[in-house]
Design a protein around this ligand. Sequence first.
Ligand SMILES: [Zn+2]
Ligand SMILES: [Zn+2]
Length: 420
Amino acid sequence: MKAVLDHVGIAVQDLDKALAFFRDALGLEVEVTEEVYAQRVRAHFIPTGESAIELLEATASESAIAKYIDKRGPGIHHITLRVPDIRATLAQLKTRGVRLVDEQPRPGAEGALVAFIHPSAAHGVLVELKQAARRLVEQWVTQMAFGNLQLTTVSDGSFRLDGGAMFGVVPRPLWEKKAPPDDRGRIVLAMRALLVEADWGRMLIDCGAGGKLDAKWSEIFGLERTRSLDHTLAEAGVEPEAIDVVLPTHLHFDHVGGAVSRTALGLVPHFPKARYVIRRGEWDAALEQHPRSRGSYFTDDVVPLDQAGVVDFFDDDREIRPGVRVARARGHTAHHQVVYLESGGKTAVFAADVVATQAHIQDNWITALDLYPMESFAFKQRFLREAIDREHLIFFDHDPSVSAGYVREKDGTRFVQRVI
Ligand SMILES: [Zn+2]
Ligand SMILES: [Zn+2]
């Protein structure tokens, strides 16, 4: 087995005194603080080459760190070894009869999986094993385990939309701080799809704009696909032939354009072995070509799927595959839907254009493109309240830097705690 020392965790009683030593006296740089709510701990990371020092500060008396300090005083609390396959390591330890705190890995910070080995088995040292989230290329591809599901965000590049259109009634001085516009007033948006891998197969939720847009439209939308969905899927080790199900949240070109490719044989399904599972109401709206939506729905993105006989239509909210459930979220379009991923007692949601970027976590930050903004507001208010209260992990489809995170609320202020 190969293991790398990831960090040494130090339980700190007086943070100011600890910083006076590590930061001021030693001159080390302290990274952004991360709060681990579940454990009532605030972690201050100090990078030291390949490894790091982690100063652990309890935020409540019931915190494990507070209890540790009560019993043994401040000092080294644990060491963390990074391993390539945490399940294999745990299995290996189990066959040797090593006493474990965690028989199964559990989610740690930043999408990692962690498990502790009991100190009695490790000569008095609490050892944490960690399998880091695979971050292949910045935020183009990020991967995390989520219960029995393997979730990988795969980007189809980026595009640009008018900043005012993305933030509706929010005045520019407020949104431009969060999403700086270019000289044409456009902001950069990722086109992020989500690959779900489970024992039933591989599903792609949304599939980007694809390569069909002509030069004129590509220019209007500032389309940047030098690293397209095919590239990012390949980086995640998946070929288009390996996708079993494509589930679009809605049929706007930036979510379903990648479903159809232009080839010598004409327009054909891009994922040749997939079923395309589509809500009938959304399909009808896309084909209606209402003047209000004509810039967002392109018939070439969907009609060839029906012609190829690969569409499975459905009408109502339902479980699409075990652990994957859709819920209609009328507002952005009449039949827009969010996708709930449920496994191991936890819930993640691919929120699509209900919460397109981190900036959209305010109830009233709704795009001007939404067809039914009052209904968007009502849905979003309920949706985010539940996501905050029940700690749903939110996947952001258009955020240029954060793929997924928890929405938190502190003293009436909302913020995103990034996971990947
Ligand atoms: Zn949309
Ligand atoms: Zn969109």
